[in-house]
Design a protein around this ligand. Structure first.
Ligand code: CA
Length: 231
């Protein structure tokens, strides 16, 4: 059974998270302050930590940094403030995912599952000499050969289309702005514009989505950017 540690000082939130995770087959422990949470995280083996940012004792930033020194484990940080989430990202303290409160318990469970699966894939990959790949739903992306398969049929993407898709698919549930994607995929050497990103997203959707106007994989977050959905 997969073990989850919830570090959260709001009892009702912690219990709601626990209940949903338990229904979904996880074993859950709760720590209600920073110190207790950090001790548990260091002394025990968990598959994932759900870490609140504002905590009595030691805050979520410090816990995340400290745990990272000792353990290679998925950490999902949660906060009531969007600004905090931006700050966490900016600091690059190594959280694997971020959620803003309030969130639906179903979304929490979905994300927890996807992180655990992703982690398992990463660790099993270390022991294998095969081509590394990302597999989501019917889509399989092979990293070394840069090939894409949809329902086992190869889909031909251009280099940049591949890079756009890979950036999103390797970071499921993370919202990328067009600017950020442009910077990551095209870098500064290019004379293209950020509208190029939208064009590439459209082309990728035409190739991988069964209904490009109602996409299953790449979701548009209006006014923000795009994110890859876990299926
Ligand atoms: Ca709190």
């Amino acid at each position: 059974m997969k073990k989850i540690l919830i570090i959260e000082d709001e009892k009702s939130i912690a219990e709601l998270q626990r209940d949903y995770l338990e229904i979904n087959g996880f074993e859950v422990e709760i720590a209600s302050d920073g110190k207790a949470g950090l001790d548990l995280a260091i002394d025990n083996e968990y598959d994932l930590i759900i870490l609140d940012l504002m905590l009595p004792g030691i805050d979520g930033f410090s816990i995340c940094k400290e745990v990272r020194k000792h353990k290679d484990i998925s950490i999902m940080m949660v906060s009531a403030k969007v600004e905090d989430i931006d700050k966490i990202r900016g600091l690059g303290i190594g959280a694997d995912d971020y959620m803003t409160k309030p969130f639906s318990p179903q979304e929490l469970v979905a994300r927890v599952k996807s992180h655990i699966k992703r982690y398992e894939r990463l660790t099993s990959k270390k022991n294998s000499s095969e081509d590394e790949f990302v597999e989501i739903g019917d889509l399989r992306i092979e990293l070394k050969s840069r090939r894409i398969y949809l329902k086992e049929k190869e889909v031909i993407l251009t280099n940049k289309e591949f890079d756009v898709l890979l950036l999103l698919a390797e970071n499921p549930n993370v919202v990328f702005s067009k600017d950020h994607m442009f910077e990551r995929v095209w870098g500064y050497e290019s004379f293209s514009e950020t509208s190029t990103v939208a064009v590439h997203i459209r082309r990728v959707r035409e190739k991988i989505e069964s209904d490009p106007s109602n996409p299953e994989y790449i979701e548009t977050i209006w006014g923000v950017g795009y994110r890859f959905m876990k299926i």
